[in-house]
Design a protein around this ligand. Structure first.
Ligand code: GLN
Length: 531
């Protein structure tokens, strides 16, 4: 097992996760088995209780783990499925140590950050790596070197490198190389300082990746090599990319995987990136273009909908189509009835969400899509709101709503899942992760998936109220997918519409560049037919 640690310096937002995932991709394309761990030094046990405003979307894994969005990038770049253990948080680490202390495992001893917390961190890393049965495990440390929260992790990495040997546990540091406008010079001082900080903690990097607007000049590389004590070939230039999927190709030019393999003593293997190159070519130079109105609450922070955007991108690339997102603020739609984006759009997408704010705006958007025969895709909350819209405006159930939005409504067409009624803790208690959906014959859903049983990931507390299913169906709404017991509605569609599909699950989480998600693929196709 080879460990590859990735730390970040100078500031956050340098694309450390994408860099790490891209390195993984390059090693994988050489035939190695690669897995990844993301360390998040915050105290939350998982990302499930955090607002998308702060940390971007909550990514959901097959085992129901609610994790940092970087895990999504690892799954997409490595084309793999990870589990919650692949996201180590300070909350999880401390919880285990404190539980052990309470059970008496450390009886008689003082429980301390070193060695108890650091041991727990090392054990977790080793366990996950071992269980995954991979050749290489990439471990990304969230945050920036120097953050107080990150210290125990860096100390654990120092110990682990000593125990495993440095060639078996390499360290890659990603930093910023700014260009000073006045002189146009690539400045290395921030990198020098951040590596100095790292070395002060006993960690000397084997490789420095310099993020810069433009490729690093030879002069810049030599300077970094000299001051940071790394080989010149191990200073890697990482310029801004037009798209994240281009990053592996840019890093390949820098020979990064060869340098890592030779230091780690891994057998040299030929790589094959031709397929990947083809996808990137389609992303960067599409033949046609579609406009998609994405109606949401967090439209100021694009990371809130990362997997949705990636899933659009995968399907668009497959269909050689470019896409333009019209970020449509649901509250603005509600208050100002500004339908310009909806009119301009070739298709309307209402993603997952929570709470009442903006929900009426989203319902307006769904009505618009239904009445004007515009391709529509509703995900989770978007699916639930489509049921509400139909109940109100077609079935004629005035005031139909979800009990999530209003507890005392006359027609609760969306209601709390029965098993949720006894739950009062909010962390990790939704209906989460993989669940089976049975698809009915002769439906759009069956055409899209091409099979009658699918597995998709979930994250919800509410569902279509079983008492209303019959009435909705009698009035033309088709539930084309249900859970195995036929109790839970999973997919809805409108047979006479160009493309109107809603899913209670989140198909975006399983979409890959190599295998785009069927509901998204159908959505893009329907929009193409429009043009
Ligand atoms: N708020 C809705 C529920 O809990 C939808 C959740 C979602 O969109 N992820 O059921």
């Amino acid at each position: 097992m080879k460990y590859l640690f990735v730390t970040g310096g100078v500031m956050s937002g340098l694309g450390k996760g994408i860099t790490a995932a891209s390195i993984g991709r390059l090693l994988k394309s050489r035939g190695f088995d690669v897995t990844a761990i993301k360390i998040d030094p915050y105290l939350n046990v998982d990302a499930g209780t955090m607002s998308p405003f702060q940390h971007g979307e909550v990514f959901v894994l097959k085992d129901g783990g609610e994790v940092d969005l970087d895990l999504g990038n690892y799954e997409r770049f490595l084309n793999t499925e990870l589990t919650s253990e692949h996201n180590i948080t300070t909350g999880k680490v401390y919880r285990s140590v404190i539980e052990k202390e309470r059970s008496g495992e450390y009886l008689g001893r003082t429980v301390q950050i070193i060695p108890h917390i650091t041991n727990q961190i090392k054990d977790r890393i080793r366990d996950v790596a071992k269980k995954s049965d991979s050749d290489i495990c990439i471990i990304e440390v969230g945050g920036t070197v120097g953050d107080i929260e990150g210290m125990p992790y860096l100390e654990a990495i120092r110990q682990l490198r000593n125990e495993e040997g440095k060639d078996n546990a390499m360290l890659i540091h990603v930093t910023l190389v700014p260009i000073l406008d006045v002189v146009g010079e690539q400045k290395t001082k921030p990198t020098q300082h951040s590596v100095k900080e790292l070395r002060g903690l006993g960690l000397d990097p084997d490789m420095v990746v310099g993020r810069c607007e433009e490729p690093l000049k030879e002069k810049t590389k030599s300077k970094i090599a000299l001051f940071c004590d790394v080989k010149e070939e191990a200073v890697i230039s990482m310029r801004d990319a037009e798209d994240i999927y281009q990053v592996p190709l840019l890093l390949e030019k820098e020979n990064i995987a060869e340098i890592i393999s030779s230091q780690a003593g891994l057998e040299k293997k030929k790589n094959d990136l031709s397929e990947w190159r083809g996808y990137v070519e389609n992303i960067l130079n599409p033949e046609k273009l579609v406009n998609i109105a994405l109606v949401g609450k967090y439209t100021d922070l694009e990371d809130s909908y990362m997997s949705v955007i990636e899933a659009i991108k995968h399907s668009a690339a497959e269909k050689n189509t470019g896409y333009n997102i019209l970020w449509t603020d649901a509250e603005n739609l509600e208050e100002n009835k500004d339908f310009n984006y909806l009119k301009k759009a070739d298709g309307i997408l209402v993603p997952g969400g929570f709470g009442s704010r903006g929900s009426e705006g989203k319902i307006e958007a769904i009505k618009f899509a239904r009445e004007r025969n515009k391709p529509f895709l509703g995900l989770c909350f978007g699916f639930q709101l489509a049921v509400i819209e139909y109940a109100r405006n077609v079935v004629g159930l005035e005031g139909a709503c979800s009990t999530e939005i209003d507890e005392d409504i006359e027609h609760p067409v969306i209601d709390l899942l029965p098993e949720q009624k006894e739950i009062d803790e909010l962390g990790g208690t939704m209906r989460l992760g993989n669940q089976i959906t049975e698809i009915k014959k002769n439906t759009l859903a069956k055409d899209l998936y091409g099979k009658e049983e699918i597995i998709e990931r979930h994250r919800h507390r509410y569902e279509v109220n079983p008492n209303y299913i019959q009435r909705l169906e009698e009035n033309g709404l088709k539930f084309s997918g249900e859970d195995e017991e036929g109790k839970r509605m999973e997919i809805l569609e409108l047979p006479n519409h160009k493309y109107f599909l809603g899913t209670q699950f989140h198909p975006e989480f399983k979409s890959r560049l190599e295998s785009p998600s069927p509901p998204f693929l159908g959505f893009i196709e329907a929009m193409n037919e429009n043009n």
